[in-house]
Design a protein around this ligand. Structure first.
Ligand SMILES: NC(=O)c1ccc[n+]([C@@H]2O[C@H](COP(=O)([O-])OP(=O)(O)OC[C@H]3O[C@@H](n4cnc5c(N)ncnc54)[C@H](OP(=O)(O)O)[C@@H]3O)[C@@H](O)[C@H]2O)c1
Length: 245
């Protein structure tokens, strides 16, 4: 069968990825680099990125400082990306933190910290990337949310769940804002992924039953190939059986 909806090849497409130092972000960077994308990686410590530089094409990878708690670092990262490549085609909001905040545990500092990294920084990144993504005509935004952004499950950090629900809402808002200019936005919502983020959480899905960061990266790579006529607003990827998820 002939696919009349052409997939978009990686050639010459510039993609920003936040939190590419390890875990899911590193897996996304490695896979997209192997596919030939031009990457701009936003990380807190560019000087400690030798492992990622080795795993990506140095000719097609720019590493910039991005600290979610410093709004100016968002602006600088975008400016450096545009200076280097002259354009922008995609933004992957991946950086995130999980702290235990419930009605009985944790504190407001932890809650504020999660809002800053998981919601406010993606908001600022989207806001300031949108004008350039509009110029692309096939701009893409993929926000790494969570199944915790799709439902409330007892025992999960209430604070984390709140921020991931907000990130899903932000994804839909960006979808509406960018639609007429060819921007497509996806809230990618994985269950437990085998990374440091969940490594020490009591009661979390056992390691052998978690998603691999590479599976999440493959989903990102697939989403980036889809044409404007194939918009995917949300993708839950669950590790457990739940109604509708
Ligand atoms: N693991 C899971 O089970 C799971 C499930 C669903 C969704 N997610 C989401 O997937 C995303 C990636 O998580 P992961 O599992 O790969 O976690 P991870 O291994 O802990 O990596 C987190 C990434 O975020 C970066 N980061 C943390 N605080 C930052 C800040 N203030 N400014 C800039 N970058 C910061 C880290 O940078 P440093 O190396 O500098 O600390 C690291 O690159 C997160 O948004 C997370 O909520 C994870």
């Amino acid at each position: 069968m002939i696919d009349r909806e052409k997939s978009i090849p990686p050639d010459n497409r510039v993609i920003m990825i936040s939190g590419a130092s390890r875990g899911i972000g590193a897996a996304i960077a490695e896979l997209l680099s192997s596919e030939g994308y031009l990457l701009s990686l936003g990380v807190r410590s560019p000087e400690k990125m030798d492992h990622i530089r080795k795993a990506t094409d140095p000719e097609k990878t720019l590493v910039c400082r991005f600290e979610a708690n410093e709004p100016m670092s968002v602006d600088n990262w975008i400016a450096q990306t545009l200076d280097h490549y002259g354009k922008l085609d995609g933004l992957i909001n991946n950086a995130g933190i999980l702290r235990q905040v419930s009605f009985d545990n944790g504190n407001e500092e932890d809650l504020d910290a999660m809002w800053a990294v998981n919601v406010k920084a993606p908001f600022r990144l989207i806001k300031h990337c949108l004008p350039f993504l509009r110029q692309s005509k096939h701009g893409r935004i993929i926000n790494i949310a969570s199944t915790d952004g799709k439902r409330y499950r007892d025992s999960v950090s209430i604070g984390y769940t709140m921020t991931k629900h907000a990130l899903v809402s932000l994804s839909h808002a960006a979808r509406f804002s960018g639609w007429n200019d060819g921007i497509r936005v996806t809230a990618l919502c994985p269950g437990a992924v085998d990374t440091e983020l969940v490594a020490h959480i009591p009661g979390v899905t056992p390691s052998s039953e978690r998603l691999s960061p590479q599976s999440v990266a493959s989903t990102v790579a697939f989403l980036l190939t889809l044409p404007n006529t194939a918009s995917v607003s949300e993708i839950p990827i669950n590790t457990r059986l739940e109604s509708t998820l």
